[in-house]
Design a protein around this ligand. Structure first.
Ligand SMILES: Nc1ncnc2c1ncn2[C@@H]1O[C@H](COP(=O)(O)OP(=O)(O)OP(=O)(O)O)[C@@H](O)[C@H]1O
Ligand SMILES: O=C(O)c1ccc[n+]([C@@H]2O[C@H](COP(=O)([O-])O)[C@@H](O)[C@H]2O)c1
Length: 222
């Protein structure tokens, strides 16, 4: 978050509801903003944190911009109010999401965290450190991404969580439920990726303007 770790109080609720959108943000783009805003509304979140990874354990360091540059890119999407860019994972000294979540949940006992991911992240989840234990640690919301949605909905993580899926109509309950629990949030999908931005010339683009037209994805096809 903008280098500030105090959690505001939210009316008379004892818990804040915060979505974690972990990412490399190499660079950040409008696809991140789209899914962050969808999660805010659909899950009734107080904030979404764009949590900049010090280094995705599954991605090569080659081609990865320095952390400060990726953080600044994420910060360019943030509004400092509902959408927050945070370097907390770097400060915690963790790289694996399972470890990061453990530390965050200890540090912020009054926060109900939800893990937010595009469909591609749900596909790769079974390659993450302690992925099943991770799913017992945090509710998860998955959002569509072109070419990845059906793979995600039919993949190993979805199979493992088959009995714990909440309908999108009940999504607002997700942050306050005990994991394992997950939902798929259908909606407009955006074909933009950081890879395509880098291929078109790196960070020298206006991330707010870059993107392909949205198309709606209900999760029935991908
Ligand atoms: N266009 C998109 N639609 C849906 N989810 C997205 C989109 N772009 C990124 N995400 C999600 O945002 C999170 C962070 O993504 P990341 O920073 O790796 O961007 P990326 O575009 O996937 O990068 P790269 O192309 O370098 O792999 C992941 O959960 C990813 O699934
Ligand atoms: O914990 C893991 O094993 C793990 C493996 C791959 C990715 N992640 C996390 O997934 C998030 C998305 O990463 P990325 O690079 O696809 O944007 C980011 O927070 C990474 O730290 C985590």
């Amino acid at each position: 978050m903008t280098r500030r770790d105090t959690i505001p109080t939210w009316g008379d609720r004892r818990f804040a509801r915060i979505g974690l959108l972990g990412g490399s943000f190499n660079p950040a783009h409008c696809g991140h903003r789209t899914i962050a805003q969808r999660a805010l509304v659909a899950l009734g979140l107080d904030q979404v944190w764009l949590m900049v990874s010090p280094g995705n354990p599954l991605k090569p360091a080659a081609g990865m911009a320095p952390f400060a540059r990726r953080f600044d890119s994420a910060a360019s999407l943030a509004d400092g109010h509902r959408l927050i860019a945070t370097d907390i994972e770097a400060r915690l000294g963790t790289r694996y999401t399972f470890d990061t979540l453990g530390k965050l949940q200890t540090r912020f006992p009054n926060v109900h965290f939800v893990w937010l991911t595009g469909a591609d992240g749900f596909v790769t989840l079974p390659r993450w450190k302690g992925w099943k234990r991770l799913l017992h640690r945090v509710p998860v919301a998955v959002m569509p991404r072109p070419g990845q949605t059906m793979r995600a909905l039919r993949g190993a993580a979805a199979h493992y969580l088959a009995h714990y899926r909440l309908s999108s109509g009940q999504a607002r309950l997700l942050p306050d439920l005990s994991p394992p629990v997950w939902t798929f949030l259908p909606g407009r999908q955006n074909g933009i990726s950081a890879t395509s931005i880098r291929q078109q010339g790196g960070f020298g683009v206006d991330v707010g303007q870059t993107g392909t037209p949205d198309t709606f994805n209900s999760g029935d096809s991908s």
